[in-house]
Design a protein around this ligand. Sequence first.
Ligand SMILES: O=C(O)c1ccccc1NCC(=O)[C@H](O)[C@H](O)COP(=O)(O)O
Length: 237
Amino acid sequence: MYIKICGITKLDQAQAIAQMGVNALGFICVRASPRYISATAIAQITSSLLAAQAEIAEGSPKFAELDLIGVFLNASFSEICETVTQAGLNAVQLHGDESPEFCTEMRSHLNIIKPKIKLIKALRVKDQAGLEQAHLFSNVVDAILLDAYDPHMAGGTGKTLDWQMLRDFRPACDWWLAGGLSPENVAEAIALVKPHGLDVSSGVERTAGDKDLSKVEKFIQRCIGDRTALAHHSSAG
Ligand SMILES: O=C(O)c1ccccc1NCC(=O)[C@H](O)[C@H](O)COP(=O)(O)O
């Protein structure tokens, strides 16, 4: 099970969460968000994780596998590419109204600066028609993230989707469930909708952007079936 902890703003929390063996850290590159983090601050985190990686004993590939995801909302190609380069990101999540055509062109731009970069399209699902849109993206991105719809907030809402609606959702690419997940409800979500990955932000926070490490640890445990050896969990989807 792929696990992404989103809305990271603090270096020490990024290091601690990376060591728990998650697959991805998400950084909100949206100025209006209370979880906004600048490219310079992300760069401090990504370079420290790389330095830590160099010190990690052989046989512990976790840091090498870590996706460092910048989350963007209707940003331009140039803003995204500049942030990726400056911040040292290796994945981009498009969380706005970007079309499949935009994603295809984004992929071409990103390939020039980082050939192996991952591209994720987030969709804020309001209803069944909104869910159908996902299939338009499945051949142009590496993964689709389904998030809850809120008329006033673009993400980090703490609202859950209608999981019943997702029971038969099987796009042609990997998909991750987001929206209102927490240590308390994630096992039920996994059992019901069987996503390839999970994304959480507010459900493991004290306040916006300030992660509660004990909640993060509990979330991971619930995702992997309460096994205690977090460092040994498989990153396979
Ligand atoms: O988290 C934000 O503040 C945010 C702002 C603008 C665009 C996207 C944002 N978050 C994107 C995420 O991937 C969140 O993890 C996702 O919305 C789930 O959040 P939550 O319901 O709080 O777990």
